[in-house]
Write a protein that binds this ligand. Structure first.
Ligand code: S6P
Ligand code: ZN
Length: 189
C-alpha cells in the first residue's frame, strides 16, 4: 500500500490566501451572460474588474479524497446585482460540500435541478452544508471582500455549463438600500 503524505498549509485569515495553492482569477469578462443587466455589464467591462480569486489545493479526482479552497469574492455590483461566483453543480451531482465563512458579508444561493432555490446569509463563522444535488453560488452583499473556505470531495468535479446556460431561478440585488432575493427574469426553466 502506498500512503499519501499528510501535510499542513497556512491560510492567512486576513487575505484568504492559502500558501502553495493554485490561484484562479475570475474577471468580469469571464462572466458574460451571467448578470441580468447587460448594459451595466458592458459598461463595467471597460474596467474589467476581478470579481473573485480562488486558492485551491486539489488532489487527483479519486473517490474518498478531499479538496479545499478559499475564495476571495470582491465587493461590487453589475447594475443592482451583487458580484457573485459563476456557480455550479458538481459533475458528480450527488457530491456534497462544506463552506465556512471567514470574513465579510455574503451569502449562498442554492438550487435543485428543478430550480427550487434557497438563500443562506453568511459571515465570519457561518458554516453552510451544501447537500448532494444542490447547485451553489456565493454572493458578496457587503462592502469588503467576502472570504470563505470550501471543502469538497476530490471527485466532485464542476458542471458550469448548466448554470451558464440556464442561470439560477433567483437573483440577489440591492433595492432602496435593502438586499432583495427575487425571481430571475432570465431564468430558463
Ligand atoms: C468548489 C467550491 C468553491 C468554488 C469557488 C468559485 O466546489 O464550490 O471553491 O469553486 O467558490 O466558484 P465557482 O462557481 O466559479 O467554482
Ligand atoms: Zn462546489
Amino acid at each position: 500500500m502506498e500512503y499519501k503524505e499528510p501535510f499542513g498549509v497556512k491560510l492567512d485569515f486576513d487575505s484568504g490566501i492559502i500558501e502553495k495553492a493554485k490561484k484562479i482569477v475570475r474577471r468580469l469578462s469571464d462572466m458574460k451572460g451571467y448578470y441580468v443587466n447587460e448594459e451595466a455589464y458592458e459598461e463595467l467591462l471597460k474596467e474589467n474588474p476581478v470579481i473573485y480569486e480562488v486558492y485551491a489545493i486539489e488532489q487527483e479526482e479519486k473517490e474518498g479524497d478531499l479538496n479545499f479552497a478559499t475564495t476571495v469574492l470582491h465587493p461590487g455590483k453589475v447594475g443592482n446585482e451583487f458580484f457573485m461566483t459563476k456557480g455550479h453543480y458538481h459533475a458528480k451531482l450527488d457530491r456534497a460540500e462544506i463552506y465556512v465563512g471567514l470574513k465579510g458579508k455574503g451569502g449562498m444561493l442554492l438550487q435543485t435541478p428543478e430550480g427550487e432555490a434557497r438563500w443562506i446569509e453568511m459571515e465570519e463563522g457561518t458554516i453552510v452544508y451544501v447537500p448532494p444535488y444542490w447547485a451553489h453560488r456565493t454572493i458578496n452583499i457587503g462592502k469588503e471582500p467576502f472570504i470563505f473556505l470550501a471543502i469538497y470531495p476530490a471527485d466532485a468535479g464542476h458542471d458550469y455549463g448548466t448554470i451558464a446556460e440556464k442561470g439560477f431561478s433567483k437573483i440577489v440585488v440591492e433595492e432602496e438600500n435593502r438586499i432583495v432575493v427575487k425571481d430571475n427574469p432570465k431564468w430558463k426553466d
